[in-house]
Ligand binder design. Sequence first.
Ligand SMILES: NC(=O)c1ccc[n+]([C@@H]2O[C@H](COP(=O)([O-])OP(=O)(O)OC[C@H]3O[C@@H](n4cnc5c(N)ncnc54)[C@H](OP(=O)(O)O)[C@@H]3O)[C@@H](O)[C@H]2O)c1
Length: 323
Amino acid sequence: MDTTSTALPAHPYLGLWVTADGRIRHELRADGRYVEARGDREAAYVGRYEVDGDHIDYRDDTGFTADGDFRDDVLHHAGMVLHRRKVVLVTGASSGIGRATAVRLAAAGHSVVLGARRTDRLDAVVTEIEEAGGTAMAVPLDVTEIASVQGFATAALRRFGRIDVLVANAGVMPLSPLASGLVDEWDRMIDVNVRGLLHSITATLPAMLAQGTGHVVTIASVGAYDVSPTAAVYCGTKFAARAITEGLRLESPRGIRVTTVSPGVTESELASTITDASAAAAMDVYRAESISADAIARAVLYAVAERPDVDVNEIVVRPTAQR
Ligand SMILES: NC(=O)c1ccc[n+]([C@@H]2O[C@H](COP(=O)([O-])OP(=O)(O)OC[C@H]3O[C@@H](n4cnc5c(N)ncnc54)[C@H](OP(=O)(O)O)[C@@H]3O)[C@@H](O)[C@H]2O)c1
């Protein structure tokens, strides 16, 4: 339907809202159209909005009227709670959990910015998301380099104007016993899993603080709770990731939410970085029962989709069979 609108108010909240389960989208377009999409069905109406402070009144050409209020960045409208589309940055989005998280959050209506070193992989994920009707962009990222991480955040701000969620997911796990002396591999785990997390937080937190809202989701591990042989350094990095994330929660003002998601054995490429033969053999047994990366993505979406006054701080997701 061709539509027009009068007196489209310049309200900062105009944009796309999605219901928490991602099924229904309501979009206030810059040309004044109101587009409502429910699954495959889409309709556009001639609408007129009047915004007074945090209150919004709507009337369209069918005679339908509705009103709602913005509270804490959420539009409460006609008995529904509609979440504003978020700009979500995912580090390590080229495979495994990061990839699954980007795909799932995009399917829920959010704009996703994917970072990793293998940009051909990122481009393929962006194409997949766009073909499904989502919004995504790929940015080359090495979380061990602060300039690269700053560039990642800057690219997101240039395209979308804000950063709502950081999913700090990039990680490596070359396991080995301490006696193996694989110092370079330990350094790499510390560089990616700890310094990379700190770089990601420091590159995105200023935008969140300036907005007054934001959400940092750290992908830690069950290894952030328990240590196992060959995993002393890896678990050390994940204990650190959990501690850093909790420290951020304690230091942050209201409006900044902080979540640590800790996966158990999950399908991904993570074990491929192991070079120590004994650790690799032990992993073959340990990783025999795994859950899909999407199981972790669903946990991330749950935390992101919660109301702004609810801060989901820690989630542990394991295969039912894992002990
Ligand atoms: N799978 C599990 O069982 C499991 C369990 C507990 C916790 N985790 C955690 O989940 C997170 C995701 O791992 P995954 O299981 O999905 O493994 P994965 O498939 O190997 O994915 C790891 C991701 O990290 C990225 N990455 C590695 N080094 C990077 C760097 N320097 N800069 C930017 N990105 C980098 C990789 O991309 P590029 O190589 O393209 O840069 C890749 O996208 C990790 O933090 C891991 O510790 C996984």
